[in-house]
Design a protein around this ligand. Structure first.
Ligand code: PLP
Length: 386
């Protein structure tokens, strides 16, 4: 076992975030307040979108988005199988059906041709997921949605900062949902944001994020606030705290620098690993800015004596933490049993799953860490090639 351990992820929290949190703790206002307002304003300006609604997770943002566009019991929503369960579970909150779709073998993003084939009279929305931070091919998806009258809600949990054909993710689909979970490209510990240019949806999401009570209810304990509020709908408790926003404001200032650092690591990995015929490095499309939230290698299992599980164990022996993104939804007991999905229903995702490993990629990694990861992958390949 190597003496050095490189975790799969370490967040980049500096003095600015700590100062900002301490200032908030001392301010006497801990929950949703001026810091959340500022974070929303900064986020909307950063992306150039009409509205940004801060919430306590991307899952909450996705739920609010589906509620705002009017998803109801019996509706169908198209979701890639190559994603985290959050993308599909929010559809189930409505007793609607997440209709799974296979991925592309190169980018692991949703295959637009399969989207078209999955549409029925019940389909109401599509949730493309920008896998690992690489934007999906949004043009065909938007064309399909426009032609069929469907809403596009982007799961951009991985995609900040990212762009597609020069347009920032967060300004493309009808509503876009971001995650600030601890491992994401910027973090608030737990948190999320929904962005949209549609004022009606924005107001609906804002209201439903705080119990469905009337506008600016968060101000009710301030000098300009009032004790009076009205409940307009049975909403949810999804608001972000000012403590979280205090971290987010500082993280957002560094978002481009974090993105550049991730890109440098991806480039170094590409150079170091593409020499190995047993390893396929990620495919990056030419017309996108990739957020590099994940760096996913694929093993050429035909050229290796060990499988993906054993490769991960060997990396752990070399002091490297890894992960797998994702176990496709159709292989999980719930989705398999509830909808009767079989592995062969989504052959590309099933095949991809057997071969993938997510390597560490985060701004805190040093040159020595990066070299250690490249050397360790090389050493395992050399020992295990057929
Ligand atoms: C693709 C995807 N969507 C949604 C989520 C949910 O994000 P959150 O933890 O902020 O709810 C995740 C979390 O990892 C994710 O990977």
């Amino acid at each position: 076992m190597s003496s050095q351990f490189i975790p799969f992820h370490v967040p980049q929290i500096d003095d600015e975030e700590i100062r900002s949190v301490v200032e908030t703790l001392k301010s006497g206002w801990l929950t949703t307040g001026v810091k959340v307002k500022r974070f929303e304003g900064d986020f909307a300006s950063y992306l150039g979108c009409g509205h940004a609604i801060a919430v306590n997770s991307c899952t909450a943002a996705l739920h609010l988005a589906l509620e705002a566009v009017g998803i109801e019991e019996g509706d169908e929503v198209i979701v890639p199988t190559m994603t985290f369960t959050a993308t599909a579970e929010v559809v189930l909150y409505f007793k609607a059906r997440p209709v799974l779709v296979d991925c592309r073998r190169d980018t692991f993003n949703i295959d637009p041709d399969r989207v078209e084939q999955a549409i029925t009279a019940k389909t109401k929305a599509i949730i493309p997921v920008h896998f690992g931070g690489q934007p999906c091919d949004m043009e065909p998806i938007r064309q399909i949605a426009r032609a069929r009258g469907l809403t596009v809600i982007e799961d951009a949990a991985h995609a900040l900062p990212a762009s597609y054909q020069g347009k920032k993710v967060g300004t493309i689909g009808d509503i876009t949902c971001f995650s600030f979970y601890a491992t994401k490209t910027i973090t608030t510990g737990e948190g999320g944001m929904a962005t949209t240019d549609n004022t009606e949806w924005a107001e609906r999401m804002r209201m439903m994020s705080l119990h469905g009570i009337s506008h600016d209810a968060w101000k009710r304990y301030t000098k300009e606030g009032s004790w009076y509020y009205e409940v307009l709908r049975p909403g949810f408790k999804y608001n972000l705290t000012d403590i979280g926003a205090a971290i987010g404001i500082e993280q957002l200032k560094k978002c481009d620098a974090f993105g550049a650092a991730r890109k440098r690591i991806a480039t170094a990995y590409n150079e170091g690993l593409s020499k190995l015929p047993e390893i396929q490095t990620p495919v990056c499309e030419s017309d996108v800015q990739h957020a590099w939230h994940l760096y996913v290698i694929q093993l050429d299992l035909e050229r290796l004596k060990i499988n993906r599980y054993q490769f991960i164990e060997a990396l752990k022996e070399q002091g490297i933490g890894t992960s797998v993104h994702f176990i496709p939804l159709h292989l999980h007991p719930y989705y398999r049993d509830k909808f009767g999905y079989a592995p062969d229903d989504f052959p590309k995702a099933s095949e991809t799953y057997q071969r993938i490993i997510s390597l560490p990629i985060y701004p805190k990694m040093t040159e020595a860490h990066i070299e250690h990861v490249i050397a360790a992958v090389g050493k395992i390949v050399q020992e295990q090639r057929r």
